[in-house]
Design a protein around this ligand. Sequence first.
Ligand code: PA5
Length: 441
Amino acid sequence: MNDKIQVISKYALDGKTAECAKALRETALAAKKTLESGSGAGNDFLGWLHLPSSIDEQQFQAIEKSAAQLRNECEYVISIGIGGSYLGGKAVIEALSNHFAAYRQDGGPKVLFAGSNIGEDYLYDMMDLVRGHKFGIIVISKSGTTTEPAIAFRLFKEMLEKQEGKEFAQRNIVAITDARRGALRGLATQEGYATFVIPDNVGGRFSVLTPVGLLPIAVAGFDIRALVAGAVEMEQGDDEQVLEYAITRNALYQDGKKIEILANFTPRLHFLAEWWKQLYGESEGKDHKGIFPASVDFTTDLHSMGQMIQDGERTLFETVLSVGDQEHEVIIPRDEEDLDGLNYIAGKNVDYVNKMAELGTRLAHVDGGVPNLIITIPALTERFVGQLIYFFEKACGVSGYMLGVNPFDQPGVEAYKKNMFALLEKPGHEEATKAIRAKLS
Ligand code: PA5
């Protein structure tokens, strides 16, 4: 088994794009230098760059202690947050979890996620699920003022206090927020909750290896030290894989491939792709530039989106997350009658078939004009998921600078909020309310 994730670009580049990739190496090295020297735009948000190796024993112990408290007293732990305060933890937990376990095998609590939408029925159903059960809350918001998690927290806090009493709630609510600013900081101080800090210089989408991701992951029973150790391996590595990925995708972009589809053949990676979409979409989509990040779950989506990928407009390329070993083996049985005609693969394990589907898809898509980049992941373990996280983060920083944007801000996400607050008549938004009413009338 390889001991590192690897990028394979030979099915992604043809004569023309290979030349372009060669020429882009200098640009990529300059972008990497800009990133590492902290001399580029957004350089006050580079705390993630040396974050993995800076996590010390005391920080690990504090997170593990808090996780142990929640695991000890709770059947469910609701992690409340949105965007960068949600997707990293969700992605890692899904990548490592049994698909159908109501509980982790070691008997720990089930981690649920709320505050990442404003679905009334979603919240109702979750309240219904945890009613009568002991539950805890991890409330995560860097700004401490985001509407979606604030609504969810108000609901579940009230429910928990009524159901289990104030003392239980105080012991089993943890707030992760800014060191000083924001409504959540004030509330946590007043209520005496345990807290963790999101460093000022780490933006939401780069925060999975802070307590934002590490606490929910530890509560779910996973080894956060191994996860971080994997990230440290990439942090201290030679960056060749990072450069390969950043260069190839930029070469393809320059050749008119405006959409990158992150494809997996492993259901556990669905949310890793959601996390990746935020990381790249929010970092690169600026100044009317940027590769649009999309994702598909194969082979499922080969039966739906497969047609578009094979035969639609040729503006896309594909990056396949190719996982080496599955955790378990399931052998396809022989059947005497063979009515379904499957005996030709009897005795093979299911992943063998999946790997042939992966290879067949690559050949078909490359033939159909869809460049195919591959990222091989030896297995879905904490270590390799940690490597993947850091790899994508660093490649994102390099890629963003290659593109000429500030990869670390997100001015565009405020637009909908302004309108929503005006429509909700939030105090302080009176002028905007008037303007939006005039627009709508
Ligand atoms: O990456 C980002 O900055 C955003 O996705 C934020 O994480 C998201 O909007 C949530 O913000 P906050 O943590 O302040 O509630």
